[in-house]
Design a protein around this ligand. Structure first.
Ligand code: TMP
Length: 203
C-alpha cells in the first residue's frame, strides 16, 4: 500500500515546528505509522549537509545543489522506503522550500530548480502541503526571540517577504495540494484548522 506524503512549509518563525508533533500524534491516533522527518536533514549525511548549508556562507547555486544532495539521500534512505511500507511521512520542508527560499529569496532561476526537482523526484510530490502563513514581521519577531539564528534566519525582512510571496504563489498554482493556514491565529485555532484540512484532504 502506498503511504501518504505530507509536507510542512512556511517562512522561518511561522510556527510549523510547533505543530509538527500535533499532526504526528493525530495521524498516529488515526492508526497510521508515522515517520517524522525534515529537510535539509533526515539522514546522517543530510544532517551534516544541513550544518554546512545553514552555517557556511556560499554561492547560491552551491547552496541549491547541496540542498538537493541532501534531498536525494533523504528520499532514497527514508522517504521512499517509508511510503512503500504504507507509512505517513510528515516532512518539515521539501522542494517548495527550495522554490521559495532559493528562487524567491535568493533569485536562483526557476528553471534550475525545476530541472533538479525533476531529476531528484520527478515521480513524487507531496499528497498534502500545509503552508503556515504569517506576515514576515511577525515571523521575524519570533525568530529573534528564539535568539539562536542561522544564516537564513539572519536575512532581512525583504528576503522573507519574497519567500512568503513565492510560497503563496505556489499555493495558488496548486490549490489541490496546498492548504494555506493562517499561522497568526492562536495555537488552538491553528490546530483546529489543521485537523479540518487533514480531514478534508485525507479523510
Ligand atoms: P528549518 O529551520 O525550518 O528546519 O529550516 C532550515 C532552513 O533551511 C530554513 O531557514 C529554510 C532553509 N531551506 C532552504 O533554504 N531551502 C530548502 O529547500 C530547505 C528544505 C530549507
Amino acid at each position: 500500500m502506498a503511504g501518504l506524503f505530507i509536507t510542512l512549509e512556511g517562512i522561518d518563525g511561522a510556527g510549523k515546528s510547533t505543530h509538527a508533533g500535533f499532526i504526528a500524534q493525530r495521524m498516529a491516533d488515526a492508526g497510521h505509522a508515522v515517520v517524522q522527518t525534515r529537510e535539509p536533514g533526515g539522514t546522517p549525511l543530510g544532517e551534516r549537509l544541513r550544518e554546512v548549508v545553514l552555517g557556511h556562507p556560499m554561492d547560491i547555486l552551491a547552496e541549491t545543489l547541496l540542498i538537493f544532495a541532501a534531498r536525494a539521500q533523504h528520499l532514497e534512505e527514508v522517504v521512499r522506503p517509508a511510503l512503500a511500507r504504507g507509512a505517513v511521512v510528515l516532512c518539515d520542508r521539501f522542494t517548495d522550500a527550495t522554490f521559495a527560499y532559493q528562487c524567491g529569496g535568493r533569485g536562483v532561476a526557476e528553471s534550475s530548480v525545476e530541472a533538479l526537482a525533476s531529476i531528484t523526484h520527478g515521480d513524487l510530490s507531496p499528497d498534502l502541503t500545509l503552508l503556515f502563513d504569517t506576515d514576515a514581521g511577525t515571523a521575524r519577531g519570533r525568530v529573534l526571540a528564539r535568539n539562536a539564528t542561522d544564516r537564513f534566519e539572519r536575512e532581512d525582512l525583504g528576503f522573507f517577504e519574497r519567500v512568503r510571496n513565492r510560497y503563496l504563489e505556489q499555493a495558488r498554482r496548486e490549490p489541490g495540494r496546498f492548504c494555506v493556514l493562517d499561522a497568526g491565529q492562536s495555537i488552538a485555532d491553528v490546530q483546529a484548522a489543521i485537523a479540518r484540512a487533514i480531514g478534508r484532504r485525507i479523510g
